[in-house]
Design a protein around this ligand. Structure first.
Ligand SMILES: [Zn+2]
Ligand SMILES: [Zn+2]
Length: 348
C-alpha cells in the first residue's frame, strides 16, 4: 500500500510499504477514506518526537473495515468507522475509568512511533486498529467524511478544553490559539452560552475563521498586546475562563494575568518543557488549572449530533484537500502556513 512515512526533520515521503495484517484477534484492518494532518504531527515533522525512519505517520483518520479479527464482535467488514487518535484496551483500570488515553493495557497513539504504542499511522491506505470493539465508533450513514473526521481528534480536543473551563452562561472567555484546535475550542465554548469569546492568535485569516466559528473579538498578538487588550475589554477584571490551545509558556503565563479571581484556566496545548507556574497568583486568586490529553473516544458519539444537525460547521477549518500522494506538500503547508493553510485533509 501507499503510506506517508517519516525520514527525518521536515522529510515525510509517500512510499510503498507492506499492507497491514490482522495480528491479534481484537484487530481490524481499516481502509482509510479520509485522513488529516494534525498540528501535533508538526512536532514530529520538526524533529521533536523520537521516531524510527520509515514509520507510517498520521493519527487522524477514518475509513471502512476491510478485515476483522476473530474476537471482534461489534464490527463487521464494510462498516464505516471513526477512530480516536489514542486507543485503549478497554479493560485496564484507566480504560474502565474512561481515560483510554492513559491505557496501561497496550493502547497508544497512531503514527507516533514506538514510544507512543508502536501503532503505524493513518496517513495511509490501510491501518491496523487493535482493540477494535473498545476503540472504534460506527459512523452514521449519509454524512460526508470530512464533516465527521475531526471527532476523532481536534473537535473532541477543543470540546474537552471548553468543558474543563467551567464556562457558564454569560461568561467571558479567552481562547489562546487560532490553529485548528483553538478554532474548535471557540466553537465548543459557544455551546456553553458565554456572553463574549475573545480569540488570541497571530494570523488575521485564522481569526476570521474563528469569527465564523463563534468568536466575538479577535486579537492578533503580532499587532496588539493581548494581555492589555483583554484587561481593557473586561474593565480590568479579567476573563472568567481561559482556554490555552497552543502549549506555549508565554500564553500560559499570560493566562494567569488575564483570568479573574476564582476563574479557570484549561489547557490542551502540548507542553514539552516544564513551566514555572506563578504559584502566588494561583494562591491569591483561588484559580483552577485543568488540562491534558483528550480521550476522544469519550466524545465521538456525544458530539456527533451537533454535526449531524448542522450546529457546528466542522469543515470551516479545512483549507486544503489533497491526495495522499501530496502528503509531503500538506506538511509543508501546515508548517509554513503558506497559502493561508489551516487544516489539510488527505484522500487516499
Ligand atoms: Zn492530533
Ligand atoms: Zn486500557
Amino acid at each position: 500500500m501507499k503510506a506517508a512515512t517519516y525520514h527525518g526533520v521536515r522529510d515525510i515521503r509517500v512510499e510503498t510499504v507492506p499492507d497491514p495484517k490482522i495480528q491479534d484477534s481484537n484487530d481490524v484492518i481499516v481502509r482509510v477514506t479520509k485522513s488529516a494532518i494534525c498540528g501535533s504531527d508538526l512536532h514530529l515533522y520538526r524533529g521533536r518526537v523520537p521516531i524510527d525512519e520509515g514509520f507510517v505517520v498520521g493519527h487522524e483518520f477514518m475509513g471502512v473495515i476491510e478485515d476483522v479479527g476473530r474476537s471482534v464482535n461489534y464490527f463487521t467488514k464494510g462498516d464505516k468507522v471513526l477512530v480516536p487518535f489514542m486507543i485503549g484496551c478497554g479493560v485496564c483500570v484507566n480504560c474502565r475509568n474512561h481515560v483510554p488515553a492513559s491505557c496501561t493495557g497496550g493502547g497508544g497513539c497512531f503514527g507516533f512511533g514506538k514510544a507512543w504504542g508502536d501503532l503505524p499511522g493513518g496517513q495511509a491506505e490501510y491501518v491496523r486498529v487493535p482493540f477494535a470493539d473498545a476503540s472504534l465508533e460506527k459512523a452514521p450513514e449519509g454524512i460526508p467524511d470530512e464533516k465527521i473526521l475531526f471527532l476523532g481528534d481536534i473537535f473532541s480536543t477543543g470540546y474537552f478544553c471548553a468543558e474543563w473551563a467551567n464556562i457558564k452562561p454569560g461568561y467571558t472567555v479567552a481562547v489562546f490559539g487560532d490553529g485548528p484546535i483553538g478554532l474548535f475550542a471557540v466553537a465548543s465554548a459557544r455551546l456553553f452560552g458565554p456572553a463574549l469569546i475573545i480569540t488570541v492568535g497571530r494570523h488575521d485569516y485564522r481569526l476570521d475563521v474563528a469569527k465564523k466559528m463563534g468568536s466575538d473579538i479577535g486579537i492578533n498578538s503580532h499587532k496588539e498586546n493581548a494581555v492589555e487588550k483583554i484587561l481593557e475589554i473586561t474593565s480590568g477584571r479579567g476573563v472568567d475562563a481561559v482556554l490555552e490551545c497552543i502549549g506555549s509558556d508565554e500564553t500560559l503565563l499570560d493566562a494567569f494575568k488575564i483570568v479573574r479571581p476564582a476563574g479557570t484556566i484549561s489547557f490542551v496545548g502540548l507542553f514539552v518543557q516544564p513551566v514555572a507556574i506563578p504559584m502566588l497568583d494561583f494562591y491569591l486568586k483561588d484559580l483552577t488549572l485543568r488540562g491534558g490529553i483528550c480521550s476522544a473516544k469519550n466524545y465521538i458519539t456525544k458530539l456527533m449530533p451537533l454535526v449531524e444537525r448542522g450546529k457546528i460547521d466542522t469543515t470551516a477549518v479545512i483549507t486544503h484537500d489533497l491526495p495522499l500522494s501530496d502528503t509531503p506538500r500538506g506538511y509543508k503547508l501546515m508548517d509554513s502556513k503558506e497559502e493561508n493553510a489551516i487544516k489539510v485533509v488527505l484522500t487516499p
